[in-house]
Design a protein around this ligand. Sequence first.
Ligand code: PAF
Length: 286
Amino acid sequence: MEIIRIPGEMQAMAGKILHQGKSIGFVPTMGALHEGHLSLVRRARRENHVTAVSIFVNPMQFGPSEDFYNYPRDIDGDAEKLRREEVGILFMPDSSLMYPEGFSTCVDVEGISGRLCGAFRPGHFRGVATVVAKLLNIVKPARAYFGQKDFQQTVVIRQMARDLDMDTAIVVCPTVRESDGLAMSSRNAYLSEREREAAAVIFRSLAGASGLIESGIINVERIKGFMHEKIAAEPAVSGIDYAGVYDPATLEEPAATRDEILLAVAVRIGGTRLIDNMLVSLRKER
Ligand code: PAF
């Protein structure tokens, strides 16, 4: 595995690979890699000639009171995991090279960036869209892989790629879960044992709401009420940012004509903010 730290060197390497007629599959990450990330890496390996992974804890997507400085970091462990997956390139740029003095261009995907998590984390998706645009320009992948767990992120990035005519296919892969349903996330490392147990309520609220929909209840307020009640009953939950039913394309109230809806949750368990979601089909099987 080649480790590259300089954006210009990564660009030159990508140019060489493309010149050989080979495709690059790219998994952008912030490190602290878990099975969710590795599932993206495996898919990238299957679908491309060369697999590139980036590890960059992007300061631009963290708010001033968020966990940038405490975000879990395990470079040696991550590199070992990626070697075992036979990744070709690990790109690990320094912040000063990604955002040199005088840096002044940002990507704002208007509308959807302000909904759901965007309402609680102002500027977050501007930071995500900007760094992903930069990474795609540096790594030049045919395909870039993202987890469905960060659903809003995938909607923002797809919109950006479409609007800016980017030549990379955005591939969204299923959420990988622990045995009790908790979505894998680097932030799960913050949870105490008791909080970790309590966090399973997120998946239970999604699965319960999905069950209601499958039984024919599609009243948005009723499902939202069910989810809030279920989550609030768990004493370790310190706050609910949102929990409810949304349109997967607009992230607003679902349109009556949709054949798929999004159940999405953001809660605080102790001091840790966790998100999860589930897509539910409304189409009746014939
Ligand atoms: O999902 C993440 O880990 C990050 O938001 C990403 C896409 C790597 C951008 O920093």
